[in-house]
Design a protein around this ligand. Structure first.
Ligand code: SF4
Ligand code: SF4
Length: 428
């Protein structure tokens, strides 16, 4: 949430401007020619999610996905403050429209809309930068009407997601859930109902109450043949996607753990051990043991390590300076009054936070000069400089024909780059 408003070394902590291809991750700016690093980071993120899903189920959905985090940590908590818990809400929903129901509904809409507007602004600041967003706010909406219309549209989308669609958005729009069935297996740790302990399910009976009194140690032995599930449906009632986890792991489960909490509460009330629904794997429930490092997980881990290593190495060796010297396309040589000339284009990207004065000279062979055409004397901090120059073989050098030149780019006496280029000239 705060990432666009945090600055590191003068840069926004995270900026994802797809339109202008400006990317900043953790305060490090990436230029278009660093795009391979951005792509690699993205792929590493995907492989990380695959690895974690195969081992820990939909941990992303339950704990990291912005939709779930906003929904569970902010919107649902506010909803509960305004309208009460799920039971109270259901009672109100099924009852008539009263003043009490109306004011709560209006307050909820206003608060949800305001929060959605705030979230849309935060998302926009990821794209256009928080500085630009603040300047647009100062200018007023009419000065940037198109952007404001987009902002209102996304506010409406967020509002509908949090107010109406909620986890349905995960089922309808999110591609990740679709891949889940391909990634999980019987060793994946996920929210799981212990059917061995819970079945056969049956309602809590008078005999069970009597049994609880008899034992008096907090543990209850239900009637013969009855499992620990008292078939209260609490796990189904609290489930945001409306599934019954007792039917096994399902595509719709977003790992929010609401059913775990609800069932633990029921177990506490009836005096049985918690954990009838818990984080576990199918193998652990069935056989009491589960293998975490299966061959498949080891393979994912190996690929993940390779990617992490590659990202680390490429980051460590990433240059602060990109220099490209290219002969002007489709050009050969020209005769000028100073001598024979070849035209070049010079591009320098200065990724550092300091201005970079520079000079380009021909170190070998002798008899050559460089004449800048429109080259500024320095490259500004975090800027790209594009310009043209002429390499001239002086008439007095007496050299002829094509020659290989050695050039260096220096800054404050330090050699930054060396180049080789072939100078093209007449044979005599
Ligand atoms: S909350 Fe627990 S006891 Fe109640 S139905 Fe679900 S699994 Fe059974
Ligand atoms: S309540 Fe349980 S079954 Fe429903 S989505 Fe959350 S974790 Fe999955």
């Amino acid at each position: 949430m705060l990432a666009p408003f945090v600055k590191v070394g003068g840069h926004q902590f995270i900026l994802l401007n797809i339109l202008t291809r400006e990317f900043v991750f953790f305060g490090i700016p990436f230029w278009p020619n660093d795009f391979y690093l951005v792509a690699l980071l993205f792929l590493t993120g995907v492989i990380t999610i695959v690895l974690f899903t195969a081992t820990l189920g939909r941990i992303w959905c339950g704990w990291l996905c912005p939709q779930t985090v906003f929904m569970e940590m902010i919107f649902r908590k506010i909803e509960w403050m305004i309208e009460g818990g799920p039971k109270e809400q259901a009672q109100r929903r099924n009852g008539p429209w009263t003043f009490d129901r109306a004011w709560r509904a209006i307050v909820k809409i206003v608060v949800f809309a305001a929060l959605s507007f705030g979230i849309a602004n935060v998302f926009l600041s990821y794209v256009i930068s928080s500085d630009r967003l603040l300047s647009y706010v100062v200018d007023g909406p009419l000065a940037h009407l198109e952007l404001f219309v987009g902002l209102v549209f996304f506010t409406f989308v967020f509002f509908m997601v949090f107010y109406r669609f909620r986890e349905q958005a995960c089922l309808i729009a999110c591609p990740y859930g679709r891949y889940m069935s391909a990634l999980v297996d019987e060793n994946t740790v996920a929210v799981t109902y212990d059917y061995k302990r819970g079945e056969s399910r049956s309602k809590w009976t008078k005999a069970d109450t009597a049994s609880r009194k008899q034992h008096g140690d907090g543990r209850v032995q239900r009637a013969a043949g009855a499992g620990d599930c008292v078939d209260c449906h609490q796990c189904v009632t609290v489930c945001p996607t409306g599934i019954d986890i007792r039917n096994g792991i399902q595509l719709e489960c977003v790992n929010c753990t609401a059913c775990i909490d609800a069932c633990d509460e029921v177990m506490d009330k009836v005096g049985m051990d918690r954990g009838l629904i818990r984080y576990s794997s199918l193998n652990a429930v069935e056989h009491g043991t589960s293998q975490v490092f299966t061959r498949r997980i080891k393979a994912y881990l190996a690929v993940w390590c390779v990617f992490i290593l590659a990202v680390g190495v490429l980051f460590a060796t990433r240059s602060d300076l990109d220099v490209v010297l290219l002969r002007q396309p489709r050009s050969t040589w020209t005769v000028m009054k100073e001598g024979t000339a070849n035209f070049y284009a010079l591009n320098i990207i200065n990724k550092t936070s300091e201005d970079l004065p520079y000079e380009l000279i021909v170190v070998s062979p002798t008899g050559y000069e460089i004449k800048p055409l429109n080259l500024p004397p320095q490259v500004k901090a975090e800027q790209k400089m594009e310009g043209r120059l002429i390499i001239i073989r002086t008439a007095r050098s007496g050299r002829t024909g094509d020659e290989t030149l050695q050039l260096v780019l220096r800054s404050r006496g330090t050699v930054l780059r060396t180049f080789e280029t072939t100078f093209i000239g007449p044979r005599e």
